[in-house]
Design a protein around this ligand. Structure first.
Ligand code: RB5
Length: 149
């Protein structure tokens, strides 16, 4: 199960990604938004992040104008590693090295075709573990010691 979310700036990327997921037979839950009408991105980042953090979704995909604002919102939720990706190398590396669990992209930055390409890479690349697990653990320790709760 993949959790999807977007604001108006990422709406069209999300729709293109849904077509790809339909073609691949991958199930998803779409938290919206459902049009190009202006909406705030933070609540969509929050909903998708909670779905991933709670285990309702294995991974999430979030789109806004740049991918940045919605990634910042998602990364406020414990256990979330949301990565903004603008090229295929980063889509692969953020799975292999960061074990990213949410892919973030910008509708004003990349094309729909690129969004589908990066989604395919993201969903089909495994975490490498090893030295990268130690680094992920360090991030989790920082998260535990933060002042956010
Ligand atoms: C909305 O205009 C825009 O700010 C938003 O989609 C995103 O790019 C924020 O980071």
């Amino acid at each position: 199960m993949i959790a999807l979310g977007a604001d108006h700036g990422g709406f069209l990327l999300k729709e293109a990604i849904k077509k790809y997921l339909d073609q691949k037979g991958i199930s998803y839950y779409d938290f919206g938004t459902n049009s190009s009408e202006s909406v705030d991105y933070a609540p969509f980042g929050e909903k998708v992040a909670y779905a991933v953090a709670n285990g309702e979704a294995e991974k999430g995909i979030l789109c806004c104008g740049t991918g940045i604002g919605i990634s910042i919102a998602a990364n406020k939720i414990k256990g979330i590693r949301a990565a903004v990706v603008t090229n295929a190398f980063c889509a692969k590396a953020t799975r292999e090295h960061n074990d990213a669990n949410i892919l973030c992209m910008g509708g004003r930055v990349i094309t729909e075709q690129e969004a589908v390409e990066f989604t395919d890479i993201f969903l089909n690349t495994a975490f490498e573990g090893g030295r990268h697990q130690r680094r992920i653990d360090q991030i989790a320790t920082i998260e535990q010691s933060s002042l956010s709760d």
